[in-house]
Design a binder for this molecule. Structure first.
Ligand code: ARG
Length: 459
């Protein structure tokens, strides 16, 4: 039990109490941020004449030594310490003696941990955005290569109208692009530095909080010390953004699972991203997509758990807030591994273009276009809808598609049909006539791709 307090206690802490209270087992991953914060703090203390230059130099040297030894695995962060802050301070005192005892001047673990988490989230947001960019790139390449890869578009999971693979991928590009924007928004909430808020009421030392903030890359200090130590709103925003990323990955996974099914066979997931069955030799399962879909639940859970944790906490710091860490770390790790694996699966997935095109042709995805043909030739839409409905019924009876009916059959139901109907309801025409902004036609998609390329370049 190595803890930073105890002077006013007459009894030793019970081991179970100590273990319940300790956070070292999970907050040890904040060692880098904790040391960076301490270095900035003592640099400021020396500038303000609160520490001597020599004390500052000894402390910084000691902290840098701890950092490099931890990274080189020469120094282990053990559960003998209560938390990462105690570990760093106690190790520093062990190593450099007296000056080490001055590190905590004008600081509390409350503003210290508030800073560490902000620094950690700031780095992770950048990493997640890099992973999102890789996914956006894969989507863009797939879009560029599949402007004429036809497939059915669905509503209610029933074939609706033909689209292209490029268009389908474009929908996901939009979703992940907005996810990137949401994370940039979270970054805006990370602009101010809580260090110097003290336990809750600032400090009587003449700290230069602007200076500390600038050393750590913040725009400035937080402006209320109570809020500084107890604000975790940015974590809730982060968890919400991460939940939305998972929701998108989960919807996409669900589609991949359907497309990869024996019935659809639109895609084949690469062997490297599939798994087998211990009993059924023929199986090749989409476990990665299923796991991504499944893990969505735990990220949502973390958001709900932490919202609940925060909801009744009076100002300022309360120990409840320690509960932010395990969930946030897990949510970040989960999202990162899901993005990496999903991107790898997507990049290596093979598209069965013939099957997709055949599927787009079957299922009367061109029925709307047949009705539009009649409208363009003077038939009111409601009547045209009725005629094409009859044609569909005829096709179902004969087990064929609209483009396989003879012209006589067409004219038997409505004499307005002419030879050019076949051209009008071909897959190519159905898709490429749709060129308004956002539509699947090649011309519209090329505009979208131009825009997406610029977006990625400016990322
Ligand atoms: N481990 C604590 C946390 O994560 C650090 C702050 C402790 N402060 C305190 N007053 N006990 O929130």
């Amino acid at each position: 039990m190595a803890q930073l307090w105890g002077g006013r206690f007459t009894k030793k802490t019970d081991q179970m109490v100590y273990d319940f209270n300790a956070s070292i087992n999970f907050d040890k991953r904040l060692y880098k941020q904790d040391i960076a914060g301490s270095i900035a703090h003592v640099t400021m203390l020396a500038k303000q004449g609160i520490l001597t230059i020599q004390e500052k130099e000894e402390i910084i040297k000691g902290l840098e030594g701890i950092l490099s030894d931890v990274e080189a695995q020469k120094l282990e962060i053990t559960s003998e310490y209560e938390d990462i802050h105690s570990f760093v301070e106690a190790t520093l005192i062990d190593r450099i003696g007296e000056p080490g005892k001055k590190l905590h001047t004008g600081r509390s673990r409350n503003d210290q941990v508030a800073l560490d988490m902000k620094l950690y989230v700031r780095e992770e947001v950048v990493e997640i955005n890099t992973l999102l960019k890789e996914l956006l790139n894969i989507l863009l390449v797939t879009m560029e290569g599949n402007l004429n890869t036809y497939m059915p578009g669905f509503t209610h999971l029933q074939k609706a109208q033909p689209i292209t693979l490029a268009h389908h991928m474009g929908a996901y590009f939009e979703m992940f692009k907005e996810d990137h924007e949401r994370l940039l928004d979270v970054k805006k909430r990370l602009r101010t530095c809580p260090l110097g808020s003290g336990a809750l009421a600032g400090t009587t030392y003449p700290l230069d909080r602007d200076y500390t903030a600038s050393l750590l890359g913040f725009e400035g200090p937080t402006l209320n010390s109570m809020d500084g130590v107890s604000n975790r709103d940015y974590i809730i925003e982060l968890l919400s953004a991460l939940s939305t990323i998972m929701m998108h990955l989960s919807r996409f996974s669900e589609e991949v699972i359907i497309w990869n099914s024996n019935e659809y066979q639109f895609v084949e997931i690469d062997d490297a991203f599939s798994t087998g069955s211990s009993i059924m030799p023929q199986k090749k399962n989409p476990d990665i997509a299923e796991l991504v879909r499944g893990k969505t639940g735990r990220v949502y859970g973390t958001l709900m758990a932490f919202l609940s944790t925060m909801k009744s906490i009076p100002l300022a710091y309360n120990k409840d807030m320690q509960e932010d860490k395990e969930g946030v770390f897990d949510a970040i790790d989960t999202v990162k591994s899901c993005l990496i694996l999903f991107s790898g699966m997507l990049e290596t997935m093979k598209y069965n273009k013939d099957r997709m095109a055949i599927s787009a042709k079957k299922g009367f995805t061109n029925a709307t276009d047949a009705a539009d043909y009649l409208v363009k030739n003077g038939v009111p839409f409601r009547d045209a809808h009725g005629y094409v409905g009859q044609l569909v019924l005829l096709c179902i009876e004969k087990g064929i598609s609209l483009d396989e009916l003879s012209l006589e059959e067409y004219q038997g139901i409505c004499p307005v049909f002419k030879e050019d109907i076949y051209q009008e309801i071909s897959l190519e025409t159905c898709v490429n006539k749709r060129i308004t902004t956002g539509a699947p036609g090649e011309e519209a998609m090329r505009h979208a791709i131009e825009y997406y390329k610029e977006y990625i370049n400016k990322y």
